[in-house]
Design a binder for this molecule. Structure first.
Ligand SMILES: [Zn+2]
Length: 369
């Protein structure tokens, strides 16, 4: 073989190897969802019009919410609400799509714009508006990406886990009942024999949330973290609920404070991952929401078929092989049905094996460093 050809072969081989290694960095995937978390708050923090509409006495500037969350620019406002997400995660580790003011959009492909259809689209990679058109406790007729990953990676039941604040995840998360670990709603968590976890598991039913089917996110995160520490699952979905439930009740203070508390919970999860050799630099994460909500002072509390604004969502990505940082700008729109295939792509798996109609993996823009 002549010298040139030989060099060329070495070059190609090393390129091939480095590409393979970069892709193989991901050994675990995590999906974290915030129910009904509007793009308006995620990108812009507190909404002054809503605050004004809620201020019935005195000046808006004198309210506790204004003092806590108001700032002149959207960047400053969202930083006050989610300092860890914006100040650390999106700055140093990941990127986020969906800020329409910057020419990036993320949309649902389902036209229902409420929870079951949204989560099912995220978890199965496809909208089925003819079939999935209510939040009823009905078994998902389609296999989820969580089940697909369990099968492909030959994982045990404890290694694929969904922790949800809303009890309907017991039906959404798996087609085959009992395939994976699901702990949702006010369901006891008993996979760990630990006195603290046992006490919290009991407490969630003694200190009920205001909602029948949704527990406080505090418990969901507590159990998810305990499970991750003990079983080191490779596939995790943590489904937070409070940002939606408080909004339905028109409780804007609670909505903003939930964003803020959820931010601290993500920080806790992130710090756990960074301190674990099993997860550090080997874990890819998608953050997203099931649907948006209305954009006016009268319909921000709601969402659903009559509120088209609710089809606008956002999606954030943290992955060891991905150099993109901050907000996407002037990018092609992406869709809710792409989350499942993206999680699989990071693990070098092809989700179309499970569902040929599913959205394709997200193509990341290359306009950052
Ligand atoms: Zn809702």
């Amino acid at each position: 073989m002549n010298r040139k050809l030989c060099l060329l072969t070495v070059l190609f081989l090393s390129l091939f190897l480095s590409a393979t290694i970069a892709q193989n960095k991901t050994e675990n995937v995590i999906l974290i969802t915030f129910d009904g978390a509007r793009t308006q708050e995620v990108f812009g923090g507190i909404d002054l019009d809503i605050l004004k509409s809620k201020t019935t006495r005195g000046k808006v500037e004198d309210t506790a919410l204004y003092k806590k969350y108001w700032a002149p620019t959207p960047e400053e406002r969202r930083m006050k609400m989610m300092p860890f997400f914006w100040g650390t995660l999106m700055k140093d580790y990941g990127s986020i799509a969906g800020n329409r003011a910057l020419g990036s959009s993320v949309m649902t492909t389902n036209k229902m714009w409420f929870s079951y259809p949204g989560y099912s689209e995220i978890l199965t990679g496809q909208a089925h508006d003819d079939v999935i058109n209510s939040n009823d406790r009905k078994r998902n007729p389609y296999t989820s990406v969580l089940e697909f990953l369990q099968r492909k990676l030959k994982l045990s039941k404890t290694q694929v886990a969904l922790f949800g604040s809303w009890d309907v995840f017991n039906w959404i998360g798996e087609h085959q009942e009992g395939a994976i670990t699901i702990n949702a709603g006010h369901e006891p968590y008993d996979l760990i024999n630990d006195s603290e976890i046992r006490a919290f598991s009991k407490l969630q039913n003694e200190k009920l949330s205001p909602w029948d089917s949704v527990r406080f996110d505090y418990f969901t995160v507590k159990f998810a973290l305990a499970h991750m520490k003990k079983y080191q699952p490779r596939v995790v979905h943590i489904a937070l609920g409070e940002t939606d439930d408080w909004a339905h009740g028109g409780e804007y203070a609670h909505v903003l404070n939930s964003f803020s508390i959820n931010d601290q919970q993500i920080k806790q999860i992130w710090e756990f991952l960074q301190n674990s050799p099993k997860y550090k630099n080997k874990t890819s994460i998608i953050f997203t929401t099931d649907h948006g909500r209305g954009n006016t002072i009268t319909d921000w509390t709601g969402h659903g078929e009559k509120i088209p604004e609710a089809q606008n969502i956002w999606m954030a990505f943290v992955s060891p092989g991905l150099n993109l940082r901050g907000e996407w700008k002037n990018a092609e729109p992406i869709y809710q049905n792409q989350a499942a295939a993206t999680l699989c792509r990071w693990l070098n798996l092809d989700y179309s094996e499970n569902n040929a109609q599913a959205g394709k993996p997200v193509t990341f823009p290359v306009n950052s460093k």
